[in-house]
Design a protein around this ligand. Sequence first.
Ligand SMILES: *Cc1c(COP(=O)(O)O)cnc(C)c1O
Length: 387
Amino acid sequence: MLADQQILRIPGPSPIPPSVQRAMSQPMIGHRGQNTSDMLRRITPKLKRIFGTSQEVAIITASGTAGLEAAVVNVVKPGDVVLVIVTGAFGDRFTAICKAYNISYQRIDVEWGKALNPDAIKSYVQEHPEIKAIFSTYCETSTGVLNPIKDLSEAVQQVSEALIVVDGVSCVGGVETKMDEWGIDVMVTGSQKALMLPAGLTFVAASARAWDVIEQNEQPRFYLDLKRYRDNLLKDTTPFTPALSLLFGLEQALNLMDEEDLDEVYKRHTLMMEMTRGAFQALEIPLLTSDADGSPTVTAVKPDDFDAEEFRKILKKEFGLSIAGGQGHLTGKIVRIGHMGYCSPADVLQIIGMVEIGLVLIGKDIVLGKGTAAAQKIYLNQGVVNK
Ligand SMILES: *Cc1c(COP(=O)(O)O)cnc(C)c1O
């Protein structure tokens, strides 16, 4: 094995394109200078397009969890009642943040590996008019589920004024996101997943309705006060020193996405999901989620006749391929393959080729090439036929 070859296919951090890497190595500039303002002016319209919003998108120097925390401290305060929809480990993180801030929450638990049911949430919210905000997860990274947040938002709005807050950290930039059109009130994402950057930036956008609440909310906050970010962005600047190197990289990553065209970016992610799922299905290895619930950015595999961790370790040892294990009660029971950001169908074919060898090495009886052929056919058809 090449000593320095590492193939990173975990659901974030994800690989960085060479041109983004080069952009990040530029010399430092003054954060209050004209060059920084010009860069922010170029970046913001592109970010808004990815969020599907005309509102400002706050750029905060921190990992994604700070974006989730910003959503909580800006939108609610102790005394408010909120609902957290937990479909996996990241839904659970919202409950932990609420707990830390003494915000009482109700929770709806969905079996890990399944998507939330918009009608069930609608009925629940109808019976609980006290709910001020609903926290949910777009792609639940711990299970590879893409929750139907558009349907959730439409269903909830028929019966409630509650704000809809969405953790889109592991998919915004890889799947279609239309905040304004769908009526999403707060959307959060992070730099190290579908946006092809290292960790270190989190992005938060809020609807006009959410801004009204944020402006009235007396919950104490300082670094994570979204108003500071918005007011400064309107003047093409940031409240604190931004992570300039990451901004250099962000601009280049956004340029790459524009060059490819956002719709093509989304199609590429869907195709990578279908190829990955199709390969495991052809090999008769169970997936954690149904086809309808699967995320275009991450696929969870749940083997029933071999050890998930042994499989993961052999791929690392043999090829330097990193895939992720399970979280929470799925630890040791699943593996998760990230196919987001700087990842293409060519990479998926490489992953499947390695996966097949890994399976043979741990003694699983498979026909070599069966998964690869399935993925190749899906590629040639540009998707699953008769879906
Ligand atoms: C990665 C991720 C986060 C943020 O995690 P950080 O480690 O703080 O960047 C939040 N939500 C989801 C769904 C994620 O996948």
